[in-house]
Design a protein. Structure first.
Length: 265
């Protein structure tokens, strides 16, 4: 058997699959797209910035071969843009087998009772409602195929209260319930729906959480004695999306170096 044939039979192979990852121009989303490409998938790179998506796709195509990455800009707050995104991918590649709702927003830091309505609504729209929109767009084709995997990037923030990012945490807690509910609704169609809850991961988004001495403090209390890297999340997505994770649905996988186990962050 050739190495390629063996890779295709691997429990963790995504060979022949198409994966759409929102927010994949950098950070966790990029690492997820790279891990899926490594596992054999074709990946759709998406964010608001077409040039940034082009660069990531170029790098993946250079590494894994032409036509393995397709860059398509779309804002998760724009339902029409998401419709166009899904339509374009389906036209080009026929199918979206795996959806990773990774992009999210947090425009506010401060007491929850002081958050302007617009900021709260934006957080709920981008972090919860847009995930539901995207699922609604990809599920009809998954249903016809009687297969599919949907993964929502939530956060351990959804597991505890905060005096600065309360609305964001509420949205991430809603994502836990979103995947539980859709797992129940879509199980009969052979579609799994799960969430991942990362701890503090070294990305632009999370800089305020690990800069200014915070990284040293976290290194002292996180059981694995370090903050996470974007690559720490990619393998979990491959697991949930591949044959290896076929019987996992409605679940939230915490990936935080053990921080929640210690009960303090
Ligand atoms: N890093 C952490 O510690 C951490 C912890 C727990 C959970 N998370 C979650 O992990 C996910 C990824 O975060 P990250 O840390 O990787 O952030 P990041 O490095 O800032 O990357 C965010 C990605 O999303 C895109 N994006 C932002 N707003 C968008 C929008 N409105 N429409 C489409 N794309 C958008 C960004 O590109 P453009 O700005 O060019 O659009 C970028 O590609 C988020 O759901 C976040 O809540 C992160």
């Amino acid at each position: 058997m050739t190495g390629e044939a063996m890779a295709e039979r691997s429990l963790f192979s995504l060979s022949g699959k198409v994966v759409l990852v929102t927010g994949s121009s950098r950070g966790i989303g990029r690492a997820v797209a790279e891990a899926c490409a490594e596992a054999g998938a074709r990946v759709v790179i998406s964010s608001r910035n077409q040039l940034a998506c082009d660069e990531v796709a170029k790098a993946i195509n250079a590494r894994h071969g032409e036509a393995r990455a397709l860059p398509v800009a779309a804002s998760i707050s724009d339902r029409k843009a998401l419709e166009n995104l899904v339509e374009l991918v389906q036209q080009q590649w026929g199918m979206i087998d795996i959806l990773v709702c990774n992009a999210a927003t947090n425009p506010y830091s401060g007491p929850l009772l002081d958050i302007p309505d617009e900021a709260f609504l934006k957080i709920l729209r981008n972090n919860v409602l847009s995930n539901q929109w995207l699922m609604g767009l990809v599920v009809p084709a998954m249903r016809r195929q009687r297969a599919g995997a949907i993964i929502v990037m939530s956060s351990i923030g959804g597991l505890f209260g905060s005096d600065t990012i309360g609305a964001y945490n509420i949205s991430k807690a809603a994502d836990f319930q979103l995947v539980r509910n859709l797992a129940v609704e879509l199980g009969r169609d052979g579609i799994t729906v799960n969430a991942i809850a990362p701890g503090v991961i070294r990305t632009e988004f999370a800089k305020p959480l690990y800069e200014g001495g915070e990284e040293e403090r976290l290194n002292g209390i996180v059981p694995l004695r370090r903050i996470g890297e974007p690559e720490d999340i990619g393998g979990a997505v491959v697991f949930l999306a591949s044959r290896a994770g076929a019987y996992v649905t409605g679940h939230t996988l915490v990936i935080d170096g053990g921080a929640m186990t210690r009960g303090i962050i």
